[in-house]
Design a protein around this ligand. Structure first.
Ligand SMILES: Cc1ncc(C[n+]2csc(CCOP(=O)(O)OP(=O)(O)O)c2C)c(N)n1
Ligand SMILES: [Mg+2]
Length: 614
């Protein structure tokens, strides 16, 4: 096999490179002597997981996977974290993967255990997160008979996994694990499911390691085409209004340093999507902010008026483009992505580049240098005059509630300031997620973890647990909504018992706030089923205490900093802060769903004056 991902050295601030596990065991075969030992399929599974470097598995046992839990009990290398719901195991594996750059692992039994993993698997697929999900399956002879706890999980997850396996022969377990980790972590990362029948776990086999992989059709292209890169560099120096449109692929490739080098070399403005926050420090002068539905006017305006989008590891998601037919109408497009299927999927690429973002950026920097050496340099002065005018006229901001109650944006802004940029921030889905993207201030790559593509409520607590398990020395703050928190807060029990001291700031507006915002704007204020009354029930402080955590409450601006500081002092148990905030705060700016980016509003019925600064 010739699948050799370019070895990476982690940059100072980036999470460790993502190939720590599953390093081409096939290649080692030629150099190392194979060892063979007689053992059960279950023992083979645990041994293979140890061999690929797994140190943590999140899961819950059940009948079909039970054989695997027996040798797992003896493993000196793998810590199993017993979660309270399999969805928690899946999101924890995602959080672990996002925080460390390594493959996250979750495990569940057949039927309901496996189907509870469907949401995190779909989430990992949408956000290209490398996880391996291991599920028990009913015995091979019973497959297809509607046996107790049978669900066709490989069929169910076919469209939401990068690849999946059904293993019924114990001799295939080792190789399958090697392949699963390799596929999850190379090329465009993603979830891989390994479903193993109970008899395959119970029966004996000759376990050999290393295992030669059999993936003849799988050869991700990582090296970009030199001619395409030169063409991109030529367009960049000729452009008058270029934008570096940066997506999560840049973070996954550990390419933040290379991005900064390209930005500073060219002087081109940068926008970072929700999945790319921190790829360039928010404070960097070339950073125009986040584009999209709740992006800054400067970032959205930059894309709309651009004459060249240099798209790096981004996928023209509808939340970024708005109506795609009116998106960046005057721009040529350079589109670099590791996944050829992304290129020209939503927007035609004039210059397609298939490759790893880090390699693309390195080559692009060299190609631009060559252009400069030949006397061709971009002149973006007029462009910056316009960009700066937008930035100065329409900074991100918010109003303080008139009744003296707490502004949710203020709480989040203060968490960012008091806790600082070296922490990891994990968000749920809703208004609080958008404010967490807008108001924390990210200075480091990988410091914001959230569910971007699928938008899964309930993501934050278990993902924060996984992130903290992966990076125990880093403070991990979940910023969650009261609605989201009620979906997965049972993992606080896991955190308390397993010694994973996350902080959870519940932005408690009492409502499904994002739903309420849409009902205010588009449904005449008819608040159908969006009022959770969660400032009354449940009592989040008591709930936290019931779970063995410290519970704090804060409902006024004067106490916000002290409450955050108090939470920072507690590091032996998880802390939950119930921030009781105003229910009518809204996320601005906003591009309403189904409209074009030019119709962005900075407040209700208020549009920016685009010509400002011309
Ligand atoms: C699992 C799931 N169900 C429903 C939704 C639709 N949805 C998106 S945001 C939202 C409200 C979230 O409420 P809360 O967690 O309180 O956050 P807030 O918007 O109030 O900050 C809902 C219901 C979703 N994204 N995910
Ligand atoms: Mg809410």
């Amino acid at each position: 096999m010739a699948i050799t991902p370019a070895p990476r050295t982690a940059s100072r601030t980036a999470p460790p490179a993502r190939h720590a596990q599953g390093q081409s065991p096939a290649l080692k075969t030629t150099r190392m002597k194979q060892m063979t030992e007689r053992m059960t399929g279950s023992q083979a599974l645990i041994r293979a997981l140890e061999e690929v470097g797994v140190d943590t598995v999140f899961g819950i046992p059940g009948g079909a996977i039970l054989p695997a839990y027996d040798p797992l009990f003896d493993s000196q290398k793998i810590r199993h974290i017993l979660v309270r719901h399999e969805q928690g195991a899946g999101h924890a594996a995602q959080g672990y993967a996002q925080a460390t750059g390594r493959v996250g692992v979750c495990m569940a039994t057949s039927g309901p255990g496996a189907t509870n993993l469907v949401t995190p698997i779909a989430d990992a697929y949408m956000d290209s997160v490398p996880i391996v999900a291991i599920t028990g399956q009913v015995a091979s002879g019973a497959i297809g008979t509607d046996a107790f706890q049978e669900a066709d999980i490989s069929g169910i997850t076919m469209p939401i996994t990068k690849h999946n396996f059904l293993v019924t022969d114990p001799s295939e377990i080792g190789r399958t694990i090697a392949e699963a980790f390799h596929i999850a972590s190379t090329g465009r990362p993603g979830p891989v499911l390994v479903d193993i029948s109970k008899d395959a776990l119970q029966n004996e086999t000759d376990f050999t390691w290393p295992q030669p992989m059999q993936l003849p059709g799988y050869r991700p292209v990582t090296r970009p085409h030199a001619k395409q890169v030169r063409e991109a560099a030529r367009l960049l120096v000729e452009a008058k209004r270029p934008v570096l449109y940066v997506g999560g692929g840049v973070l996954k490739a550990g390419a933040a340093d290379e991005l900064r080098a390209l930005a500073e070399l060219t002087g081109a403005p940068v926008v970072t999507t929700l999945m790319a926050k921190g790829a360039l420090p928010d404070s960097h002068p070339l950073h125009m902010g986040m584009p999209g539905m709740h992006g800054s006017v400067g970032a959205v305006g930059a894309l709309q008026r651009s004459d060249l989008l240099v798209t790096l590891g981004a996928r023209f998601d509808d939340r970024v483009t708005g109506r795609v037919d009116s998106f960046a109408p005057g721009a040529k497009v350079v589109h670099a992505d590791i996944d050829p299927a992304e290129i020209s999927k939503n927007r035609h690429a004039d210059v397609p580049i298939v490759g790893d973002a880090r390699d693309v950026l390195t080559d692009l920097v060299n190609a631009v240098r060559a252009e400069h050496a030949a006397g061709r340099k971009g002149d973006y002065e007029d462009w910056w005059r316009q960009l700066n005018a937008w930035r100065e006229t329409y900074p991100l901001g918010y109003d303080q509630p008139e009744d003296g109650s707490l502004a949710p944006q203020y709480v989040i802004e203060r968490i960012g300031k008091v806790v600082g940029p070296d922490a990891l921030y994990v968000a749920g889905v809703g208004q609080h997620q958008m404010w967490t993207a807008q108001f924390i201030g990210y200075e480091n790559p990988g410091s914001f973890i959230n569910s971007g593509g699928l938008g899964t409520m309930g993501y934050a607590v278990p993902a924060a647990m996984g992130a903290k398990q992966g990076r125990p020395d880093t403070p991990v703050w979940a910023i969650d909504g009261d609605g989201c928190f009620q979906m997965t807060n049972q993992e606080l029990a896991t955190c308390a018992i397993e010694g994973i001291p996350v902080k959870v700031a519940v932005i408690n507006n009492g409502n499904l706030g994002m739903i309420r915002q849409w009902q205010t704007l588009f449904y005449d204020g008819r608040y159908s089923n969006s009022d959770l009354q969660s400032r009354r029930i449940p009592d989040f402080v008591k709930l936290a205490e019931a779970y063995g955590c410290v519970g704090l409450r804060c409902d006024n601006a004067a106490d916000v900093d002290a409450t955050i500081a108090k939470a920072m002092e507690i590091n032996d148990v998880p802390v939950v802060i119930d921030f009781v905030v105003h229910q009518d705060a809204m996320v601005w700016p906003m591009v309403a769903a189904g409209t074009g980016n030019d119709e962005i509003k900075i407040a209700r019925d208020m549009a920016p004056d685009w010509e400002n600064g011309d």
